[in-house]
Design a protein around this ligand. Structure first.
Ligand SMILES: *Cc1c(COP(=O)(O)O)cnc(C)c1O
Length: 362
């Protein structure tokens, strides 16, 4: 797969993902933690990551879409695999036939799943999503009350977990966290007893009251900081190295890149790498990104193009064609790159380009 001319290599540390999963389970008081592997395991490769975590003992996996889960189903024998976005009308039979659990997230989704179970004459397992304040997916408290008051509404449904999702878990002082938990507890009291699932990555660090029967961490598995603004307790997982294609001399006054938004102030040496916004390297890094090599840092100059970016290596004569610059790595931290681009680590990870040569370690 790895072409000899790969413009950039994405190293993915599977052992670090496994260590992060174990640490998150620890943070969950030793209770189970699933792995959220949606969006190709946040860009790190779901078909590599999910079986690796299965071998490490992880038994619960979440994607967003049914199609993502279908691709993983044969790779995860014996594990629970559920699709968070909920079943689109007409997809129920495909869920049931493939052994993928829907996350029932609206009254009509519950009704159709129950109907299918009765038609097939068997109990069909599912998760039930309660909306406690995010107002994205999930049954409202009123809908939960109606469901609970309707005889037979849950017939045929094997409730594996009742779950909710916090809107502001990365803000430990936000009172909405406790308020959502209280609403969830109230909703669960209306329903038949079932295991519960609450915490995403950040919620695992909010305190023991946010523990449940199954945590659902995603970003922290992949090295994202679940506690923004505090030291990152997770092990870094991805390193993105770009090959220097060319180093050019640029005279004072000469511009680099589209519209010459950067001009040399001094005789400069500019390293060109074959990574651009088509690779998910954000155009927003134009004029403010940074790369690193051997402890030195290099400013991104001019605009990020579709397939190319430029860095000022004037002060580092050792940088020559064939050298490698870290775009994400020990010095170019994921969090810093995201902040420079005006976004969050989630978006940097999930957009990691298809053109990178991915190398899985571990
Ligand atoms: C994406 C997602 C998660 C994982 O969230 P992280 O913040 O990445 O840990 C958990 N639950 C739901 C419902 C999600 O959509």
């Amino acid at each position: 797969m790895t072409a000899t001319d790969a413009a950039a290599v994405l190293d993915i540390d599977l052992a670090a993902i496994a260590a992060n999963w174990r640490a998150l389970q620890q943070a969950h008081g030793g209770r189970p933690a699933a792995a959220v592997v949606k969006a190709d395991a946040y860009g790190t490769g779901a078909e590599q990551v999910a079986p690796y975590l299965l071998a490490q003992g992880c038994r619960h996996f979440f994607t967003a879409h049914l199609s993502e889960a279908l691709a993983l189903r044969p790779l995860l024998p014996g594990a629970m695999l559920a699709a968070l976005n909920g079943p689109v009308a007409g997809s129920e039979a495909e869920y049931a036939a493939s052994g993928i659990l829907p996350v029932l997230s609206a009254p009509d989704e519950v009704a159709r799943w129950s109907e299918l179970a009765r038609a097939q004459g068997r109990v069909l397992p599912a998760l039930l999503h309660i909306d406690t304040g995010m107002h994205r997916r999930g049954l409202s408290l009123a809908e939960t009350q109606t469901l609970a008051a309707t005889p037979g509404a849950l017939d045929g449904i094997g409730l594996r977990y009742v779950m909710t999702h916090l809107a502001s878990s990365e803000e430990p002082d936000n009172p909405e966290n406790a308020a959502q938990l209280a609403r969830f507890t109230a909703a669960c009291a209306l329903l038949p007893p079932a295991p519960r699932s609450v915490a995403n990555s950040s919620a695992l660090f909010l305190g023991p009251e946010f523990r449940s029967d199954l945590a659902r961490p995603g970003v922290a598995l992949y090295g994202g900081n679940p506690m923004p603004g505090q030291p990152n307790p997770m092990r870094p997982v991805v390193r993105l190295r770009a090959r220097v294609l060319q180093v050019r001399d640029v005279a004072p006054g000469e511009g680099v890149g589209y519209n010459a938004t950067w001009r040399a102030q001094r005789p400069s040496r500019i390293a060109i790498v074959g990574v651009g916004y088509a690779d998910g390297y954000p155009r927003a890094l134009s004029g403010c990104g940074t790369a690193h090599a051997d402890g030195a840092s290099f400013a991104l100059v001019g605009r990020v193009s579709m397939d190319l970016s430029a860095f000022d290596v004037t002060d580092q004569p050792a940088i020559a064609p064939g050298a490698w610059l870290d775009l994400i790595g020990p010095d170019s931290k994921l969090e810093t790159v995201a902040a420079q681009a005006g976004t969050i680590p989630y978006e940097i990870l999930t957009r990691l380009g298809r053109r990178y040569a991915r190398v899985w370690h571990g």
